[in-house]
Ligand binder design. Structure first.
Ligand SMILES: [Zn+2]
Length: 269
């Protein structure tokens, strides 16, 4: 039975180039009914769209400019408004096909940004994309790192109503503010080795979704993560909350369909 939804996954990452068909088959065998393929920069958009056409009704495209940019992963930089120049026309072109805007957000890790100006430009990039999401009536798929409070405060200030906070690393008290704004929080398989376990305990199931962030945030560090590991997130939530796995699957899938309503029109039943 197909029943999980992976709400945040980098299926267009080069890590999957060699065995994408097998990764998709394994995901389906594990019970995933759809996965949201997020993008990080304009250069990746066409690939995400192509994957959604190659696996129709299963890979759901989501386009956006990530707060961390730079071709060389060893030298990351914060997003700049210029990064939107090539991205926005493509978002406009594919607006009918995408289920959300993302991956967007704020990343205030010191090695990414070390000045107020740098943080401000990330904010501007997020603000612009939040406006577009509102205009297109799409939810946001949000990254926040060392920036939990500024991210949730900015989303609220902007009047964002529909957002998924993926792999949230902020305080539970800040997450609660997001919860009251109606935001959802997705839990990756790395939760089993994470410091964010309190979050799972304290946030109600009604505000949780499942994600893998593949190929990152797997159960084991340095090992490629895959969508099929979503089962690990679900089992962890079930154990922590002392509820049946079936309940976790049912409610998180219901939440995902509510937050990303276009999934319903694209999923092949
Ligand atoms: Zn991600």
């Amino acid at each position: 039975m197909q029943r999980y939804i992976d709400c945040h996954c980098h299926i267009s990452a080069t890590d999957f180039d060699d065995d994408i068909d097998d990764v998709i088959v394994q995901s389906q065998k594990a019970g995933i009914m759809a996965l949201i393929g997020v993008a990080e920069h304009a250069g990746e958009f066409e690939k995400v769209i192509q994957l959604s056409q190659r696996f129709p009704g299963f890979v759901m495209p989501c386009l956006g400019v990530h707060p961390v940019q730079g071709r060389d992963p060893a030298c990351p930089r914060g997003a700049l408004l210029e990064d939107l120049d090539s991205a926005l026309p493509l978002i406009e072109k594919y607006k009918e096909h995408i289920v959300a805007i993302g991956e967007v957000g704020l990343d205030f890790t010191p090695r990414v940004v070390n000045s107020d100006a740098g943080k401000e430009s990330q904010r501007q990039v997020l603000i612009r994309q939040a406006e577009i999401a509102k205009h297109l009536n799409l939810p946001l798929n949000v990254h926040s790192r060392s920036a939990g409070r500024p991210t949730i405060h900015l989303l609220k200030e902007l009047g964002v109503e529909n957002a998924l906070l993926h792999a949230f690393d902020g305080k539970t008290s800040v997450a609660m503010e997001g919860l009251h704004a109606g935001y959802y929080f997705s839990i990756p398989p790395s939760i089993i080795r994470s410091e964010q376990q309190k979050l799972v305990k304290q946030l109600p199931l009604e505000n949780l979704c499942l994600e893998t962030d593949s190929p990152a945030l797997g159960p084991e560090k340095q090992v490629r993560n895959e969508p099929r590991n979503i089962v690990i997130s679900a089992e962890y939530i079930a154990q922590t909350k002392g509820i049946p796995l079936e309940k976790v699957i049912e409610v998180t899938t219901h939440n995902a369909l509510r937050l990303f309503p276009k999934l319903k029109t694209f999923i092949k039943v």
